[in-house]
Ligand binder design. Structure first.
Ligand code: GDP
Length: 361
């Protein structure tokens, strides 16, 4: 009967509340957030810069195990001399264990490559600003729900292993960009250096970065209650800057194993071997451990800087406009009073003329 059914429901409810006296339900929030974000998918935008031939495209292919540069055309010497910086964007969708990542790679081919390199990073700077501008517009627009985030979250800056530390163009470029993007410097083609050379070049570059006041991406400080092992790993990461990297597009067979590597007459270099390079450390940090922090710093610091500057210049423009319109109002009033005065003078003259006419009559 109906009353029996009602009793059963009441009993079930009682049981439920008895069991879960301490349980409101918000403990499921993380899994709700998780489900929602997983459904939405993740986006990450990575930019690479450095002169042509330093192994940028090879490293990107190695990092994301995909051939992004299949249709790439390498410019000849003549084209390079007059080359302007073409910014090329590749977007790929990667899926791992049901998690989707829309990865965009922004390549700056020819950067630092032409004969006249004066402010060749200007194009890179403009590109980063344009993405901020677009985001700022979208955020202030009507369709704020579906904004596509194209802001650049990280810049891998390739430094040549053949020079003595940073070149002037590296310093100028990084200084121009460090307020706009998270810069991670890389020591390219590390297999062309001995272990001691890698060590001394890293020290020198870190010193120069400090000396020239370049603000590269800062790894977040560990909390004091953090696991000791984790703290040690973070310190190793900080001490490895600039990451010495090696890239390869081919698989090598050696001693019964198959791996991404470079084969030389004297031996084989393994891209993913931590003894041979910092490649694995870079990939882990980019993908596994610091992707979200790179995005947070982009949003909270670099984008906020841009936004503040935008709002400041908009306010300045508005004040100037108001001053200008106030000025024109004052001009109008002055003119109005002058006209009034002239009118009064005319009226007085007219009156005097009428009086003198009347007198003659
Ligand atoms: P990009 O112009 O900076 O994109 O450079 P590429 O990726 O096209 O590489 C230019 C040349 O350097 C190619 O012949 C690559 O095989 C080679 N190369 C790429 N990465 C490495 C590396 O880590 N070590 C060495 N020795 N050569 C590399």
């Amino acid at each position: 009967t109906t009353s029996e059914l009602r009793y059963i429901h009441w009993k079930l409810d009682q049981n439920y509340f008895d069991q879960d006296k301490e349980y409101v339900g918000f403990a499921t929030l993380p899994s709700q957030v998780h489900r929602k974000t997983v459904k939405k998918g993740f986006t990450f935008t990575l930019m690479v810069a450095g002169e042509t031939g330093l192994g940028k495209s090879t490293l990107i292919n190695s990092l994301f195990l995909t051939d992004l540069y299949r249709d790439r055309k390498v410019p000849n010497a003549e084209e390079r001399i007059s080359q302007t910086v073409d910014i090329i964007k590749h977007t790929i969708g990667i899926e791992e264990k049901g998690i989707k990542l829309r990865l965009s790679i922004i390549d700056t081919p020819g950067f630092g490559d032409a004969v006249n390199n004066t402010a060749s990073w200007k194009h890179v700077e403009d590109y980063i600003d344009q993405q901020f501008e677009q985001y700022f517009r979208d955020e202030s627009g009507l369709n704020r729900k579906n904004i596509q985030d194209n802001r650049v979250h990280c810049l891998l800056y390739f430094i040549s292993p053949f020079g003595h530390g940073l070149r002037p163009i590296d310093v100028e470029c990084m200084k121009a960009l460090h307020v706009k993007v998270n810069i991670i410097p890389l020591l390219a083609k590390a297999d062309s250096l001995t272990q001691a050379e890698v060590h001394s070049k890293k020290l020198k570059m870190r010193d120069e970065i400090k000396q020239f006041g370049i603000n590269i991406y800062q790894f977040p400080e560990c909390d004091s209650d953090e696991d000791e092992d984790f703290q040690r790993q973070e310190q190793i990461l900080k001490d490895s800057i600039p990451f010495a990297v090696i890239g390869s597009n081919i698989q090598v067979d050696s001693k019964g194993r198959r791996f991404r590597g470079r084969s030389y007459p004297w031996g084989v270099v393994e891209v993913e071997n931590p003894v041979h390079s910092d490649f694995l450390m870079l990939r882990n940090m980019l993908v596994r451990t610091h992707m979200q922090d790179l995005k947070d710093v982009t949003r909270e610091i670099h984008y906020e800087n841009y936004r503040a500057q935008c709002i400041q210049s908009m306010t300045r423009m508005m004040v100037q406009e108001r001053k200008r319109s106030n000025q024109s109002a004052t001009d109008f009033l002055l003119l109005f009073f002058q006209l009034r005065k002239m009118q009064e003078v005319l009226e007085r003259i007219q009156e005097q003329m009428q009086q003198s006419q009347r007198g003659t009559c």
